[in-house]
Design a protein around this ligand. Sequence first.
Ligand SMILES: N[C@@H](CCC(=O)N[C@@H](CS)C(=O)NCC(=O)O)C(=O)O
Length: 115
Amino acid sequence: MGKYEDVKLLGDWPSPFSMKPRIALNLKKVDYELIVEKMNPKSELLLKSNPVHKKIPVLLHRGKPVCEHGLPPPILPADPYDRAIARFWAAYIDDKVTWGHHWLELPSIPPSFAM
Ligand SMILES: N[C@@H](CCC(=O)N[C@@H](CS)C(=O)NCC(=O)O)C(=O)O
């Protein structure tokens, strides 16, 4: 992994929203520290870093918080059609797969539509 200065992710394992930045950081080979946020009660760090929504994940770069996850463009495929498919599935996961039991509701994916 590359050495990036002071990258921390405030998140937790069952949070699908936390998984996206973790996957992105791993794909980009960025070293980071995962700070597990237990949410009950919410930590001072979370409340200070994301005072508007008070939600995880929060990426902290040199102490500066970045809230609201998303797929950074360099992670998306170069081909416009492949990019559209990737965005479709990212939005689908965001909309439909919020907690564990929803994983069971994923449809079977036609091979032509899979990434
Ligand atoms: N729009 C946010 C959603 C994040 C989100 O909903 N996180 C959940 C955990 S998976 C959370 O922190 N929930 C705590 C709460 O709603 O108080 C994002 O894209 O990062």
